[in-house]
Design a protein around this ligand. Sequence first.
Ligand SMILES: [Zn+2]
Length: 407
Amino acid sequence: MATRSKPARRSTASVTHASPEPDLKAARKLVMELLDIPGTSGHEGQIRAAIVKQLRAAGAPAAAIRGDEAQKKTPIGGECGNLALVLPGTLNGPRRLLMAHMDTVPLCVGTKPVMKGTHVRSGNKLTGLGADNRAGCAVVLIAALEILRRKLSHPPLTFFWPIQEEVGLFGARHADLKILDKPKLCFNWDGGDPTKITVGATGAFRIMLTIHGLASHAGGAPERGVSAITIAGVAIASLQSGGWLGDVRKGDRRGTSNVGVIQGGAATNVVTDLVTVRAECRSHDPEFRQEILQAITTAFERSAAQIKNTAGVCGSVKIETRLDYESFRLKDDEPTIVAAESAVRACGGEPMRGISNGGLDANWLTARGLPTVTLGCGQENAHTVAEALNLAQFDDACRIGLRIATG
Ligand SMILES: [Zn+2]
């Protein structure tokens, strides 16, 4: 995500009503602590416990801390479910939800967060940092801690830390919505620029293909074999020449597709009889996404039917598809967007709206009836060893988060 210069701070005198400022030194200390805790998808137990400990120490009543068992519904299982803190309001108003996913990608295990100058980076050159999404966790947690410690007035609030975002948005997808207590305005932190408000995101299909050919000796009787590798190769070549791979554009319709995994074969002297392929396609336009999916499945079916041995026997392909997440686009006047924009402005920033080409927990919450915007929290180069946390952006995200939480 493009980095913008830090928004100029407005002096408190020019802010019309009380706008509590978070303790940014404490926020930076907190994010360093959270970055240091490992927690890949399905292994969020330690980070979850650390968040609960902080909440309890700041005075959150045990009864206000809630969990669910979303992990029991996900394909990978996992050691714990989603976490929420639910507070009644001291001010009237619609309930607000502030959230950030707890898991990090496996590349971040073993990180040694080091704060130097304007950024935090991993001190271990072989790992990512995990600012995606420990930075988001810290933004949401610091808002909760400030409110609890300083007894700031606030509308009804739900703080929410879901599991297993990185492996398919499973925490949000399977969250027990009852624990969230019907929030009306929902804000998710996961991204870079704190002034960018993501109001929509793409939808994606995942495609698993199992190609069966016919084994034969590659030197003795290759003509009796049917190569599963050839079936895959011909199918992929036809997708490429037809314009259905990569950046897919047909007229003014847009989408993407990728063949990401191909596995098969054990020896050069055998005609390969089994290949598995994993692919995906995405588009904001559900109909066009379906069309890309159709092009991919047709290409493999056609190729499997067309490649035959000398006896006229062809191979076969078994195709499984799954909707990973549906695309969404919030209404232009959605109250959640308006509230996010006014919080960004109140903190001296100029809000801008954006659309994401990746899936977010917001996809599932919005699909489940909770329109959700996503804001940045200083992440840079997520999912790479060059990952960093931009501290100025993180500070601003903390200020915006507390502003949103205090209404
Ligand atoms: Zn993330």
